[in-house]
Design a protein around this ligand. Structure first.
Ligand SMILES: C[C@](O)(CO)[C@H](O)COP(=O)(O)OP(=O)(O)OC[C@H]1O[C@@H](n2ccc(N)nc2=O)[C@H](O)[C@@H]1O
Ligand SMILES: Nc1ncnc2c1ncn2[C@@H]1O[C@H](COP(=O)(O)OP(=O)(O)OP(=O)(O)O)[C@@H](O)[C@H]1O
Length: 275
């Protein structure tokens, strides 16, 4: 079975408090971004080892610590799974705030559930996904949603947020920002705005009312993040922001038939397309 784990963008992100488990509570709206890895899961012969081979962008750490492998082990602890051969082709940058590794994990859970007819409902898959990482659960339903708690609990949006077809440019400056480091730099506080209220309004107002707490905390250390955002606005973006804990910055260009063709320094990776 071949699946294509896509990335996500955060529309606004407020870090509201430190939790007793050491994680932070947050509020954000997650939307799928069609920038994808490719993951193949094939049954392997009985008595062989489960394997994971990798191509594409290098992933730090041993393959044994890869979230695809962890997803397999999590289900193998509860179900009589045969060994599998997995292959991951990595295209979504790591340490980018795009949730790429989390998507791989969630799509591995979904693929194993389908391939081996485990019969897990989406809510059960979500609870397995939560055990692999805060962002993972989102990728089970993979639909625009308001996220809270650790970023792993969801409420449906009670207004139409249809960004389908919106031209989008995502710029990754080649800077791996670890999620833990990024959180350590933010002091939790009350949300600056009511996110769901802000997102109901026309996108032109979001620049003043939809923000990401990581952006304010990280830009003094990584001024390039501010430079990219400024360039996206100068090119005509209606809204631009850091995604998640960075370092990817995205711009939305509704009203453009195509995303403007901008030039970026060597070492940057750019994705453009429609949401
Ligand atoms: C920044 C976001 O991408 C926003 O969607 C996510 O919150 C990150 O989620 P993630 O990459 O799945 O993160 P995890 O693997 O669960 O946690 C990595 C580290 O980030 C910090 N962390 C993560 C999520 C959260 N709500 N509070 C935290 O403090 C913790 O130090 C944790 O050890
Ligand atoms: N399939 C995978 N893809 C990417 N990273 C993985 C994967 N499996 C395990 N990892 C580990 O996760 C780390 C990346 O996590 P990190 O949270 O920094 O970045 P991220 O995947 O871009 O996620 P986020 O968007 O949530 O910040 C890597 O250093 C790597 O060791």
């Amino acid at each position: 079975m071949l699946v294509f784990p896509n990335a996500k963008l955060n529309l606004g992100l407020y870090i509201t408090g430190l939790r007793p488990d050491g994680f932070r509570n947050l509020e954000s709206v997650f939307v799928p971004l069609p920038w994808s890895d490719a993951l193949e899961v094939l049954p392997a012969a009985k008595g062989t080892e489960t394997t994971l081979t990798l191509t594409g962008l290098p992933i730090p750490g041993e393959p044994a610590t890869n979230l695809c492998k962890k997803a397999y082990e999590l289900l193998a602890a509860d179900f009589d799974l045969p060994p599998v051969q997995m292959h991951l082709h990595k295209d979504v940058p790591i340490g980018a705030g795009l949730g790429g590794g989390s998507a791989d994990a969630a799509f591995a859970l979904k693929a194993l559930n389908t391939q081996f007819k485990l019969g897990l409902a989406p809510e059960q898959l979500e609870s397995y996904a939560r055990r692999l990482g805060s962002d993972c659960a989102f990728f089970i339903h993979n639909q625009p949603v308001f996220a809270h708690s650790r970023g792993d609990m969801f409420e449906e949006l009670d207004f139409a947020l249809d960004l389908t077809g919106t031209p989008c440019l995502v710029v990754y400056p080649g800077l791996h920002i670890s999620t833990a480091e990024a959180y350590a730099r933010v002091v939790p506080r009350a949300p600056r705005h009511d996110l769901r209220q802000s997102l109901r309004e026309p996108m032109a107002t979001w620049r003043d009312t939809v923000s990401n707490d990581f952006e304010e905390a990280l830009t003094p250390f990584y001024p390039v993040l501010g430079d990219i955002k400024q360039q996206l606005y100068a090119a005509g973006a209606t809204y631009a922001s850091l995604s998640g804990s960075g370092s990817a910055v995205y711009g939305l260009f509704p009203g453009f038939s195509e995303v403007p063709d901008l030039t970026w320094p060597a070492g940057y990776t750019v994705w453009s397309g429609q949401l």
